[in-house]
Structures are given as C-alpha cells and as structure tokens.
Write a protein that binds this ligand. Structure first.
Ligand code: DC
Length: 670
C-alpha cells in the first residue's frame, strides 16, 4: 500500500496481463454480519482485508463473537441471535455498509433483549444520512437516539430495557436514498421473525436493486428464505433463523473490477487482454453489469465462470447516454472512460453519489475539469466531454477510494495523444476496499522507460547518500536502488568463488549473472541474506577495486536499468547521473567534506562497538575517493546538470526536504 502524501503516475502507454481481485466489499461485510448474528461458526474464505472489513470485524469482537483470523480463512462464531454483551461503543470509520447493517441489527437486538449500543464513525460518516432507517425502526418500538443531529450518526440504540416489537403492520422504508437501509432491515429482521411473518414494504422507487439481490442471496445461504414480491414487498417467514452455512467463499469485488475492465478497454491492444480473475458470469454482484456498459463504450469482453477478459474494441471509445442506477459505484469509472470517448458521455440517475464517501458528483466534476474535460453537473447526473488539451493534474481524492482508483486511469492519456502525468493525492484512501490497488495496476501497466521518473543521488563514500536516497524514495513511493550493493555483492561472490581481484573477465562474468534479489532492504545472494556481510571492510575494499574495471561496470548496466519500474526510482551510487541514468530528471550530487564523513563513520562504528581512529578512517575515505575519482571509467564526478548538495551541516530530514523541494520544482504540477 502507498501511504505517501501523493503518488505521481507517469504517462502510461498500454496494459496486459492478469489481475486477481480482492474479495467483494459488499459480500464480505454482509457475510461477516450474518455470521456474527448466526448460530454456529462460519469459515470465510477470500474475505476482503480492508478498512471497511476491519471495522466490521472489530465490531463483531466487541459484541462477543469469536473471531479467528487465519491465513486461509477467517472463522467467525456468531452470537446465535442472543446478545452476549449489553453495552458497547462501536466505531465504524467511514463504512456505510457496516453502519447501516449494524444499526438495524443492534436496534432490534437491544429493543427485544435490553441493551444500549453507540454507533459512531469518522466526521464524514456523521454527514451521511440514516434517517430513513431510523424512521423505519422507531415505529417498531426500537428506541433510537440521534446523538448529534436528527437523521445522522452517531446513534444510541436501545434504552437498556426489553420491549416487545410492533410487527402487526408492515415495516415501511424508503428505497430511493440508499438500498443499504433495506439491506439492514432484511438482515436484522430474521432476529424478530421466530414466531410470525415479518413484512417490509418499500416506499417509492428502490435504487441499486442488484445490491438487494446480493443481500437476499446471502440470507438464503444463512438459512433465511425471504419472499420477494416484485422488489416492493419482502416477507421474512415465521420461524426464520440465521444459521451458519459452515463455509463461505467470497467472490472478487466487481466494483473493484471496473477499473481493470476499463483498463482493458483503453489500453489492452493487440491480442493480449486484461484478464480479471475472481469474478465472472456466475457472479451475484450487480456491478458485473459494468462490463455491459464498457462494451457499449467500445470494449471487447469475454466471460468465464470466474473470470473476464477485456481488450480494446472501438477506438476512440464511444460516448454513451446511460442510466446508471443499477451500477452506482462502478459508474464513476465510466466518467473517467469518458475522457477517451468521442463526444459527450451522459450518466444519469446517480443521485446516490451525493451521499457516498463524499459528494461524488461534485468531486468527479471538479477533478475531471482539472484534466481539461468539460463537465456539466446535474442534481443527479453528470456530463463529460473529453479535454481539447489535457492538463497535468493533482487529483484531490476526498478520502474516497473510488475517486483515487478511477482517476488513476487518466494516466493513460498518451492513448489520447497527450503526455501528462497525473498526481493522486492521499493514495492510501484506496485501503477502504483495495489496499494493493496501485501495485496491482502497475503490475499490468506499461510506460515508456523514459517516462518513468528517476532521481539520482551520487556522491563519495560515507556521504549519507544511501540514507538520503532511500528516504526520498519512501516519501515518493518510488523504488530504491543502492547501486553500491551490486558492486559489493559482486565482490562478495568473487571472494566466495575464489575469483581473483585482478581477473577482469572472470569478475565481469560473475557480475553479468549475479544471482541477487532484493526483498525490501534485504539483499539475497544465491537465496542467502547477505545484507550484513556486504558491509564488511574486506568486501567494501574489494568492491572499490573491482569497480574500476570497465567490463564489470558494463556487466552491471542492465541489472541497474531493471530497477527503473513504475511508478519511479531513486538510485544512489557514483555514476547514476553520469552514466547509468544520464537523462534522469533530477540529479543530486553530495559533497560532504572528508572530515565530516570520517566523523560520521566513526560515530557509526563506535555505536556498533568497533573502535577506530578518526584519522585512519579519514585516510581510508580519501584513498577511496581518489580511486573513485581517478579511475578511467565512470569516475566519480557531478553530472553537468547535477544539483550540488553539501550536507555537512544538514540533518537527514533537512537534506530530504531539500531534494523533495527540487523534485517538486521539476514537476508539472502547480
Ligand atoms: O556506495 P558503496 O560504498 O556501497 O559502494 C561500494 C563500492 O562500489 C565503492 O567503493 C565504489 C563502487 N561503486 C561504483 O563504482 N559505482 C556505483 N554506482 C556504486 C558503487
């Protein structure tokens, strides 16, 4: 997951390959709640691991459910419809599914068995309406107090006393603000249906009907067969009881799939499609129908039971005029696909966007305009005309995972003849439903090597370039290459294999096939962790000598270039800016004095319990400097266009800030 302040996406050119979807959020949270209320233990496979499911799991634990999180499955032992605790204060973040369904369930349980439960969330959750659900539950005899503002969380459910529920007349709920209210009631009312039918009547239009279909499907798996009378009346038959089905497999998330369906439609050309695994024609999620919308815009798609393959059909895409009531979440992806269409795309019947994680109509309009699109916002619709000239844009994401995920597709603007980077602010908001979204996207996306940004940090030994470069990489979410490690690894391999320090061609052969692999900051040589051994003096000394051989340097060239991967790279060494990445957009050359560097290394060694003299260290550093600077190939020197940074008097943080400031100045974002 990227927890950086922003993530810059360079212009992307194409895509192909296979992605596996994380578990469906809608299914995961419904299954968790039903498992938590049921009798028995449910083994849940492929459960989504994300913010929204974590708050639900925490809530179940607080209510006395046993939760075992294992590698292959999460096991939830339910409360069997009997309250195990009478009071709890439950925080549910910004998870709408959790708030709506726990509100209904705890309202019914606390009213009938006596209890008091508080439901709270983040500030945005306290702006998301829940009045229709409260209004449906109160006439039943459920005591509910809105603690801040009428019709909004936080809520207090129950008053500690047990009451009998008024079930003689049908429970009436409005269906046109959020289908989650009806889902909440459908999941909660089996708790009150032991001795009589319970009827629910939908008042007005029911939006997002496919989500109700998921609810009914899962209730059936948990032993409750709801009678659906034309999507306007639902009857939970007398004697209904929630019982664990034992094992449940969660499908991949069809809303998350929409980004990759769109990706295939935009960027999978030739005969290599984007293959999406975890969702297919037997899916119970309404958002599989997003594929039809993508096809209407020009995508080519084929389905299997548990997969979809998508590639580009018509190009440019075709503008559509589409009622999106049945695919409210995935429809945001259409608004971004519209950037690549010929003409104006109109998405209608999306009023529910206004009460989601953010006001999504306003958010989409504002951010699409930043890219240069012409956007008209209606009360429950949006119209998008592609940019005449694309602008680089820093996309605000409003703590809304879907805004972040769909706008990443704007980085494919080279396919529309542009070449601008797209910055996604606060990329970690994708953790709500798809923590590894960007990694997954990068794994199937292609950029031109020259478009993948590189920052080089060169400098003499012990100048602190490794610390600086790795911190800059962490702050930008970029990959990090400590090229010195590769020379050291070659030296270590030579020592182990008995290749002489003077055998240039033997050393070069070793370097060409160097069996190294990085796992984070750990370097594996032949599968063995050699991170410590590489820092030994003997290894460093040999590295310094063999790095003077042209053939060794040439052998390591490709290996170093292989680190230039999406979304970017920070590389440190001696010749990163001069030889390896001469066209890097930002080059930094460190110039700390020998005295200062000797002192730093001295402190470092002392802290490790190794005693040395500063003057010996300094002599050693100067000898290495001399060797690095005077060798005939790739001598240590600043690139002509390098920025010099004397960090002798600077803290690490100050040096990092300086480099990040230079980097901002090289960027196209305002
Ligand atoms: O940065 P370091 O001390 O880990 O590097 C080990 C040796 O490798 C150093 O003596 C010089 C050499 N080196 C090089 O020649 N070119 C690089 N890009 C990086 C390191």
């Amino acid at each position: 997951m990227y927890s950086t302040a922003f993530l810059d996406l360079p212009p992307l050119q194409g895509a192909a390959g296979t992605v596996r979807l994380p578990g469906s959020k809608s299914i995961s949270n419904r299954v968790l709640l039903l498992a938590g209320l049921s009798e028995g233990t449910t083994q849940i496979h492929d459960l989504l691991a994300s913010d929204d499911t974590r708050v639900m799991l925490d809530a179940l634990r607080a209510l006395g459910c046993r939760v075992d999180e294992r590698a292959d499955a999460v096991a939830v032992t339910g409360i069997g419809a009997r309250l195990q605790v009478r009071e709890a204060d439950i925080f549910l973040g910004n998870s709408g599914t959790s708030v709506r369904s726990l509100t209904a369930a705890l309202a019914v349980l606390s009213a009938t068995q006596g209890g008091r439960f508080q439901i709270r969330g983040v500030p945005r959750m306290h702006e998301r309406p829940i009045g229709d659900l409260v209004d449906a539950l109160r006439p039943l005899g459920c005591p509910i107090t809105c603690l801040a503002k009428e019709g909004f969380p936080p809520l207090l459910l129950g008053d500690g006393a047990a009451h009998s529920l008024q079930l003689d007349t049908p429970i009436r709920v409005r269906g046109n603000v959020s289908s989650q209210f009806l889902t909440g009631l459908l999941q909660a009312l089996p708790l009150a249906a032991s001795s009589r039918d319970v009827e629910i009547e939908v008042v007005g239009e029911l939006i997002s009907q496919p989500y109700i279909a998921i609810t009914l499907n899962l209730l059936e798996r948990f032993g409750v067969l709801v009678r659906n009378e034309n999507w306007s009346r639902f009857v939970i038959p007398a004697g209904s009881r929630l019982r664990s089905p034992g094992v449940v497999h969660v499908e991949g998330d069809a809303s998350s799939a929409s980004y990759f369906v769109a990706l295939g439609a935009l960027a999978a050309t030739g005969d290599a499609p984007i293959r999406i695994e975890g969702m297919g024609e037997s899916s119970i999620q309404g958002d599989v129908r997003f594929v039809d919308a993508a096809v209407a815009m020009g995508a080519r798609a084929s389905f299997g039971p548990n997969w979809v393959e998508v590639s580009r059909g018509a190009w440019p895409l075709k503008a559509v005029d589409l009622d999106c009531n049945h695919i409210p979440d995935a429809a945001m992806t259409l608004a971004v696909m519209a950037l690549y269409a010929k003409g104006t795309t109109r998405l209608t019947n999306i009023g529910s966007w206004r009460v989601k994680e953010t006001d999504r109509i306003a958010a989409m309009a504002t951010e699409l305009r930043k890219l240069g699109a012409v956007v008209t916002e209606g009360p429950d619709s949006i119209e998008v005309t592609p940019p005449a000239a694309w602008q680089p844009a820093a996309i605000h994401t409003y703590d809304d995972h879907r805004v972040a995920m769909c706008f990443a597709l704007a980085a494919f603007n080279p396919l529309a003849g542009a070449r601008v980077p797209v910055r996604i602010l606060d990329p970690k908001c994708v953790a709500k439903t798809f923590p590894d979204y960007f990694e997954t996207l990068f794994s199937v996306s292609r950029a031109e090597a020259d478009d993948i940004p590189v920052i080089t940090v060169d400098g003499p030994t012990a100048s602190g370039k490794g610390t600086l470069a790795s911190e800059v990489a962490a702050r930008l979410g970029y990959h990090f290459l400590d090229s010195g490690t590769l020379y050291r690894a070659t030296a270590l391999a030579a020592l182990r294999k008995g290749v002489a320090a003077t055998d240039e061609s033997g050393l070069a052969a070793l370097a060409r096939q160097l069996p190294v692999r990085f796992e984070g900051q750990t370097l594996l040589l032949d599968g063995e962790d050699v991170t410590q051994s590489l820092r030994e003096e003997a290894v460093g000394n040999l590295a310094s000598k063999i790095s003077a051989f042209a053939a060794v340097r040439a052998s390591l060239f490709e290996l170093q270039h292989g680190f230039r991967r999406l979304p970017g790279l920070v590389a440190d060494g001696r010749d990163m800016g001069t030889v390896i990445f001469p066209r890097a957009r930002l080059k930094v050359f460190l110039t700390a004095s020998a005295a200062e560097r000797a002192e730093r290394r001295h402190k470092q060694l002392i802290s490790k319990g190794i005693s040395t003299s500063i003057s010996d260290l300094r002599a050693d550093l100067e000898a290495r400097d001399a060797r690095d600077k005077t060798r005939s190939v790739a001598p240590l020197k600043p690139a002509e266009d390098a920025r010099l940074l004397d960090n002798s008097g600077l803290s690490v943080e100050a040096s990092v800030e300086q480099v990040l400031q230079w980097w901002q100045e090289c960027q196209a974002f305002g």
